[in-house]
Ligand binder design. Structure first.
Ligand code: DAH
Length: 351
């Protein structure tokens, strides 16, 4: 009876102690108050030796029960505090996944790459293949096989970079027309050819509209029954697609050693629509392409029978088109690698 009272008192006190607990630390203190070395329940066990032998068994049972009950109540609270603390932690560390992410800075295509790809896409859609040749080229492919023998005055305008060797056999190509010689040479069956060759070329030039390194694209079509009409149709389409449908195209007779007849192609000035302005030097026209029917000598040197096959060729500066298209006043900015200039062409958001 006395033990029961004691037990009730202990449990009541425990319950009231537990009711004030806020943190895990408080609870651990209470735990040691009851179950620790000098704790309330522990000191009850110490009384065992005062208990008469015949009551010892019952007292033991009582001790066990009270110990279990105290432990159970403490653990129950411990679990709920642990869970509450964990929830609070999770809540305070919550990540808001609805926040917009930080943009990763990426580069964008160089304006020259853009224009080159635009040209390539257009010609590929007309059945051409994109061909690429080396930038270090032989004198033979760059000049001789294009009907420009040693000493020919046409070399002067391309006064260029030869590699050091006493016979001056190799140079940095001065025109992508070298692709003509290469493509004919490589076509062992001497069948039809339809290629465009974009790439870098080198000349000893340097001012606002000329750079020692610039880009050209060369086109070559060889087949039976190819005429000047094919050349005109192709280049007119090319100019309109790249510069706008309203563009007018004009063909003027000209001279290139590797074509006969040769033409130069003008388009109406896109700045003034042909009315005359500083860009077109008040003429209303801007020259954009050189072209012509492949010279029979060039066909023969490439291994083609010029009585059976004809062809037309054309070449233009890609930089020139880029300058017109994006109103770039100085060619040197294209190669200057100034990030501010390049960012002007970052169209990722609209593409
Ligand atoms: N290769 C010439 C140049 O660099 C451009 C050219 C003119 C290419 C006439 C051609 C052509 O294919 O037929 O000035």
């Amino acid at each position: 009876m006395e033990k029961n009272m004691e037990r009730e008192d202990i449990i009541k006190k425990l319950e009231s102690d537990l009711s004030e607990i806020k943190t895990k630390n408080d609870l651990l203190q209470v735990k040691s108050m009851y179950l620790g070395k000098n704790g309330i329940v522990t000191s009850l066990s110490a009384k065992m030796k005062e208990i008469p032998n015949e009551e010892k068994k019952e007292y033991g049972k009582f001790l066990n029960e009270i110990k279990n009950e105290v432990e159970e109540k403490i653990n129950l609270l411990l679990n709920s505090i642990t869970e509450r603390e964990l929830n609070e932690k999770l809540l305070s560390e919550k990540i808001d996944i609805t926040l917009p992410g930080r943009k990763i800075k990426t580069g964008s295509l160089h304006p020259m790459t853009r224009v080159t790809e635009e040209f390539e896409d257009l010609f590929v859609s007309m059945g051409y293949t994109v061909y690429s040749g080396p930038e270090v080229e032989s004198d033979e492919n760059c000049f001789q096989k294009l009907n420009i023998p040693k000493g020919h005055p046409a070399r002067d305008s391309q006064d260029t970079f030869y590699l050091k060797d006493e016979f001056e056999r190799f140079l940095l190509r001065s025109q992508t027309s070298t692709a003509q010689a290469r493509a004919m040479e490589e076509n062992k069956e001497k069948g039809p050819i339809r290629i465009v060759c974009p790439g870098k070329v080198y000349r000893r030039d340097e001012d606002a509209t000329h750079s020692h390194q610039f880009m050209q694209i060369e086109g070559l079509v060889i087949d039976k029954n190819v005429s000047m009409a094919d050349l005109k149709g192709t280049l007119e389409l090319f100019c309109k697609k790249i510069l706008g449908e309203k563009t007018k195209v004009r063909f003027r007779p000209s001279f290139f050693p590797f074509t006969e007849p040769s033409v130069e192609v003008d388009v109406t000035c896109f700045k003034c629509n042909g009315n005359g302005c500083s860009l077109c030097k008040q003429t209303g026209w801007i020259e954009v392409l050189g072209a012509g029917m492949v010279h029979p000598n060039v066909l023969e040197m490439g291994g083609y029978d010029s009585k059976v096959y004809q062809g037309f060729a054309f070449g233009t500066g890609i930089d020139r088109f880029a300058m017109f298209k994006y109103a770039i006043p100085d060619i040197r900015t294209i190669y200057g690698n100034d990030i501010r200039f390049l960012q002007e062409f970052d169209r990722k958001d609209v593409e």
